[in-house]
Ligand binder design. Structure first.
Ligand SMILES: Cc1ncc(COP(=O)(O)O)c(C=O)c1O
Length: 420
């Protein structure tokens, strides 16, 4: 029976292959999802929130949660999210700017299909979220243009030159091009874009009128100081040349649970009616009206705030334990970017080592998996000297032990290559 037609009764996305994160014989350090220990408390709090929400629906809302929802999501839910975010960012978020989505993947698809000229250009960091690349590649008439990435964010000169070269006037869409990035705790590199780089991106976007899409799913997961501001805040509405070029695409996947399929876009007034008017959004109304209502209750009951705080604290401990173990044991010649938030640690091997070869060795010798750099490059081939580890899934003891074993395996591998 072919894989396509076989009913395999899978339980989760990573089920059914060598990458199964629940496979006891392999330590998979590649997966970007919260682990079982974090998710298990969801049942209790969601039970309470569901009870609260459905009581309200039955008594006071004509069960409208089961109706097609308003395209941008119910006001009460957006208000709960906006209040929470305003506190987390320490800067106001307007609930009128929010559009509820079925997660960041859904948000990106809506933006790509609605706002960008199909003959247009998508600028991406030379290493970027691999599945966003897969989504973009479905739009076969779009051209993906990788841009150099430095330790403090995208290389502004490279972005400026490439944008200048490709710019055109779109006859039928709001934007001729898009720059897609993850400015806060970047996937896969873990970096945080500096204020200078954020400012520079906004200046370029205004000058050349392209859309900046910030994939902000790790935004509130800071482990040291809260970042000064997110990229969206640099596109200030009080500026004389403000037009609205930046969108923040967020999700509850990493902070409450990916199975919810719930997120939100924060968009400028220029863009909101275009998204709300799209057939893709309008035909079904709110992308996930029922779950949004339950999560609204989760916030009203103060359960979401507590749960997110717990996730946040746990990730922080995991990141610290992993980076400490790596810093102590990474072989000479390897470089690690120590992130101040998010899920990912990006490691560079000395030339001419290839992380894809090391992955085979590591799986064979230690049964430890990770993702090699080329998966994050638009051409699928650049970046062979890098690999990405993720701290989201496993507990800190397992991560620290895994990091030590990985370093030992790397030492052995480097030795075997130099003596071969
Ligand atoms: C940068 C980035 N964007 C989006 C996603 C997926 O988000 P969602 O589950 O909200 O679709 C991930 C998950 O790994 C991610 O790392």
């Amino acid at each position: 029976m072919s894989r396509a037609t076989e009913e395999r009764k899978l339980k989760h996305l990573f089920d059914g292959g060598a990458w199964n994160v629940y496979e006891p014989n392999i330590l998979n350090l590649g997966v970007g999802a919260p682990g079982t220990d974090l998710l298990e408390s969801c049942c209790d709090i969601f039970q309470q929130a569901t009870e609260h929400c459905l009581q309200h629906e039955k008594k006071e809302n004509q069960s409208l949660i089961f109706q097609y929802g308003p395209t941008n999501g119910c006001f009460e839910v957006r208000r709960e999210i906006a209040t929470y975010l305003s506190a987390m960012y320490d800067s106001p978020v307007n609930c009128e700017d929010l559009i509820i989505t079925a997660g960041a993947t859904n948000g990106l698809h809506l933006l790509l299909s609605t706002l960008i000229d199909f003959q247009g250009y998508i600028f991406v960091d030379e290493f970027t979220y691999m599945i966003a690349l897969d989504s973009m590649k479905h739009f076969t008439s779009l051209t993906i243009v990788p841009v150099k990435l430095n330790d403090d964010g995208v290389d502004l000169r490279d972005l400026g030159e490439k944008v200048e070269k490709h710019r055109f006037s779109s006859p039928n869409k709001e934007f001729w091009g898009m720059y897609y990035t993850i400015p806060t705790y970047h996937n896969p590199t873990g970096i945080l874009f500096s204020p200078e780089v954020c400012r520079g991106i906004v200046q370029l976007a205004r000058k050349h009128d392209f859309l900046v899409v910030c994939d902000d799913v790790y935004n509130i997961l800071y482990y040291g100081e809260r970042p000064e501001a997110r990229l969206l805040a640099y596109d200030a509405r009080t500026d004389v040349d403000y037009a609205g070029h930046v969108v923040s695409n967020c999700s509850f996947s990493k902070i409450l649970g990916p199975g919810l399929r719930l997120g939100w876009l924060e968009v400028p007034p220029r863009i909101k009616p275009l998204l709300e008017g799209s057939g893709f959004a309008n035909s079904g109304g709110c992308f996930n009206n029922y779950t949004a209502g339950i999560v609204g209750s989760l916030f009203k009951l103060n359960l979401a705030q507590q749960q997110i705080a717990r996730f946040h604290e746990t990730y922080k401990e995991r990141m610290l334990a992993t980076t400490e173990a790596l810093a102590a044991a990474l072989p000479e010649g390897c470089k690690m970017l120590s992130p101040s938030g998010g899920y990912f640690i990006w490691i560079r091997l000395p030339q001419p080592l290839d992380a894809r070869e090391f992955l085979k060795y590591s799986l064979e010798q230690q049964k430890i998996a990770f993702i090699a750099g080329p998966r994050f490059a638009a051409d699928g081939d650049s970046g062979k000297q890098f690999f990405r580890l993720s701290i989201g899934f496993h507990g800190k003891a397992k991560l620290a032990d895994g990091a030590r074993r990985l370093c030992q395996s790397l030492k052995d591998y480097m030795m075997s290559v130099t003596t071969a």
